[in-house]
Design a protein around this ligand. Structure first.
Ligand SMILES: Nc1nc2c(c(=O)[nH]1)N[C@H]1C(S)=C(S)[C@@H](COP(=O)(O)O)O[C@H]1N2
Ligand SMILES: [Mo]
Length: 444
């Protein structure tokens, strides 16, 4: 049986992360670290406690009584002109890890995957990643400039863009730092923090190819620089082949205009690629003959390999998967039938197959793919089984349509060494105790 390791180096990793956060004085760092430890320790106890069901139950509302809400009339229409979830669902929110970044303007929050159903992420729960906060952009004043190695440089208004025939596509967005806190050991006792830099929406907009055809790319044109209108003016270089293949310029998300957090009024969407290439608040596209190394955020997004060399671009988010139920936030409550559920995704196409292991990867059972199985979208898998209180080492392993099999942690470490921050797509393990409690462990 494989050896289970529970990150003894949590503190070491946190210290390292705090040291990496620039612009902090030594005292600030110590303070951060202290808060970090408290925050991490308090996660299971406070943040995820959810509502305490038994404390709130009033027997007068249970059968055979008529509950209070049936004895009166409720509120009328447009009490809430833009609807909100039930107040009983207030624990279903985005969360951040306070010690991860120095401030909230250049930071990240995570999607509560543990609470979601199906494959679509509701707009209010899509994880947020900002390098300079959220700009408030008046769409009537927003312009998209398309220039560089083109025959006809163009400036589009939002109205211009929305006159093009639109397409709507369901695609995931994942930050390549998803799971990054787990490279050096199992650290985060929550699915939201191990995998929550991930969302999947139906995006509506125009294929970038169509705009490039309008402008007429010159034969020397090989790369595109996409730039945001936020204070960070975040930019990334994107190869022309991707732009011509499936890049979208989108203005809507799950049926409504983009949320400010997601780039209102316009963002780029590079399906299956590192989230950072999907530039939000998109204001400029420049066609060039090579990447813009000098102004790139790429220095941040390189992958340092064991031989000391760094991968400049690692665009694709390879196949990954995780069990979402049970998970630390959703323990098993009683013996009997349980539906093991999870999400699988691949930046290279559709999910072909998912297996589940109950014994830490010694043996595998095929799961069923549930609902829609779409290209570069989250795919839900399920397996109904019986739990009689036996301990489990639960894992899921996805295979995409290219035949790529999600690697084990040791397989991934063999290739990537110990320097990595990004692209951790290895098989994840939840340890289920006889009490039903679920903890995050790693297996060597
Ligand atoms: N203009 C701009 N675009 C941006 C960013 C940013 O800070 N500014 N963050 C990027 C990163 S790192 C990621 S992972 C995705 C996250 O998209 P989301 O915030 O809609 O989840 O947006 C990308 N686009
Ligand atoms: Mo990101």
């Amino acid at each position: 049986m494989s050896k289970i390791i529970k990150g003894p180096n949590t503190r070491e990793l946190m210290e390292q992360m705090v040291q990496e956060s620039e612009h902090l004085s030594i005292n600030d760092r110590r303070d951060f670290l202290r808060k970090g430890v408290v925050a991490a320790a308090g996660i299971a106890a406070t943040t995820f406690a959810g509502r305490s069901i038994s404390a709130e139950i009033n027997p007068a509302n249970l059968p055979p009584n008529e509950p209070a809400w049936g004895k009166q009339l409720g509120h009328g229409v447009v009490e809430q002109p833009y609807g909100l979830p039930s107040t009983f669902e207030k624990q279903v929110v985005r969360r951040t890890v306070p010690w991860l970044t120095a401030d909230s303007i250049a930071s990240i929050s995570m999607t509560p995957l543990q609470d979601l159903k199906g494959i679509i992420t509701p707009n209010g729960l899509v994880f947020e990643r900002y390098h300079g906060g959220v700009p408030q952009i008046n769409p009537d004043e927003h312009r998209l400039i398309l220039h560089g190695l083109v025959e006809r440089p163009l400036i589009f208004t939002m109205e211009d863009l929305m006159r093009f025939p639109s397409v709507s596509e369901i695609k995931f967005i994942e930050c390549p730092a998803n799971g990054g806190m787990e490279w050096k050991g199992a650290q985060m006792e929550a699915l939201q923090f191990t995998h929550g830099m991930l969302s999947c929406c139906e995006w509506t907009g125009v294929p970038l190819r169509v705009l490039l055809e309008e402008a007429g790319v010159k034969p020397e044109g090989k790369w595109i620089l996409a730039e945001g209108a936020d204070g960070a003016h975040m930019s990334r270089s994107i190869p022309l082949e991707k732009a011509l293949e499936d890049t979208l310029v989108v203005y809507a998300q799950n049926g409504e205009m983009l949320r400010p957090e997601q780039g209102y009024p316009l963002r780029l969407l590079n399906p299956g690629w590192e989230g950072n290439t999907s530039i939000k608040w998109l204001r400029r596209l420049e066609v060039g003959d090579q990447p813009w190394y000098h102004r790139e955020e790429t220095s941040k997004y390189t992958d340092l390999m064991p031989d000391g060399r760094a991968r400049k671009f690692t665009f694709v988010q390879e196949t990954n998967s995780v069990i979402t139920s049970p998970c630390p936030e959703k323990p098993l409550v009683k013996p009997g039938f349980v539906e093991i559920e999870g999400l699988a995704w691949s930046g290279r196409g559709k999910i072909k197959h998912v297996d589940i292991s109950f014994d830490g990867g010694v043996s595998w059972v095929p799961a069923k793919l549930k609902g829609l199985v779409l290209d570069k979208a989250l795919t839900r898998f399920s397996l109904v089984t019986k739990w009689t209180g036996q301990p489990w080492l639960l894992q899921s392993r996805s295979v995409d349509e290219t035949g790529y099999v999600q690697p084990t942690l040791s397989q991934l470490r063999e290739v990537r060494g110990g320097n990595s921050i990004y692209h951790k797509n290895s098989i994840h393990t939840w340890k289920v105790a006889p009490t039903g409690e679920v903890t995050n462990v790693q297996i060597t």
